[in-house]
Design a protein around this ligand. Structure first.
Ligand code: MG
Length: 244
């Protein structure tokens, strides 16, 4: 029972959830769009979002190309988060917003099983470049094992090139650091050698080794060279911060 409670608490804390702001109605606006908060509207519709995503992936491509120079093919990897890093689940957020519902495991699994998430702009091209340069693409995701096969299928359908997808083995344990270490140690998956990790890409500070919301300026130093952050105004570990 206690474990079940923790599963619920962690699922609520770590998984995509809708924001709660309701915009002012605008004349001529579709009735079902009235409940879509600005964060979801921006993510789904603003050209600024698509420009930023492409900008981040362009910078990541330049840096990875530079850092991979001279490294033996197959010896190195880039670690990437899945949701809102390479897959765009804003349709799931929109559905929750217009229905007045919140994230729950049943509807989240149903969405994952649709395998309908499109790619984040720039992500497919980046992953293909990593592989062409001789690197591996490792996806380390908060998604459970229960939806891992559908997640892999969605990634491939979206044109994201992947070598390995590490889903969360224990639903109550969301920390990605042990999986980061397993990839470096060569213990993540049979057939995968120890990998030199040259870059991380995510949309949440918890997608980066050893970092959390308390990270100071020096801890943020690798962003733009080895760490690359996509914007996600819809949900994240930032939601639990004090609202000053
Ligand atoms: Mg994410």
């Amino acid at each position: 029972m206690r474990n079940a409670v923790w599963v619920l608490v962690l699922a609520a804390a770590c998984a995509p959830r809708p924001a709660t702001i309701t915009p002012t109605p605008i004349a001529g606006q579709r009735a079902d769009s009235l409940e879509v908060p600005n964060a979801i509207h921006w993510y789904r519709n603003a050209v600024e979002y698509r420009a930023i995503a492409r900008e981040v992936y362009r910078l990541a491509t330049e840096q990875v190309t530079r850092q991979a120079e001279g490294l033996p093919s197959g010896s190195w990897a880039v670690i990437m988060d899945a949701d809102e890093t390479v897959l765009d689940n804003s349709e799931y957020q929109r559905r929750n917003a217009v229905r007045g519902t919140s994230f729950n495991q049943e509807t989240w699994y149903a969405w994952a099983r649709e395998q309908a998430a499109p790619p984040v702009p720039g992500a497919p091209e980046f992953t293909r470049t990593v592989q062409r340069l001789g690197g591996r693409v490792a996806i380390v995701t908060g998604r459970d094992q229960a939806i891992c096969p559908e997640t892999e299928a969605n990634l491939r359908a979206a044109g994201v090139a992947v070598d390995v997808v590490l889903c969360r083995a224990d639903p109550a344990f969301s920390d990605k650091n042990p999986r980061f270490r397993a990839l470096a140690d060569g213990t993540a998956r049979a057939g995968l050698p120890p990998l030199r990790i040259i870059a991380w890409v995510g949309d949440n500070i918890l997608d980066f080794p050893g970092l959390d919301q308390a990270a100071d300026a020096s801890a943020l130093e690798p962003f733009g060279t080895r760490y690359f952050m996509l914007p996600n105004p819809m949900y994240g570990s930032w939601e639990r911060l004090p609202r000053r």
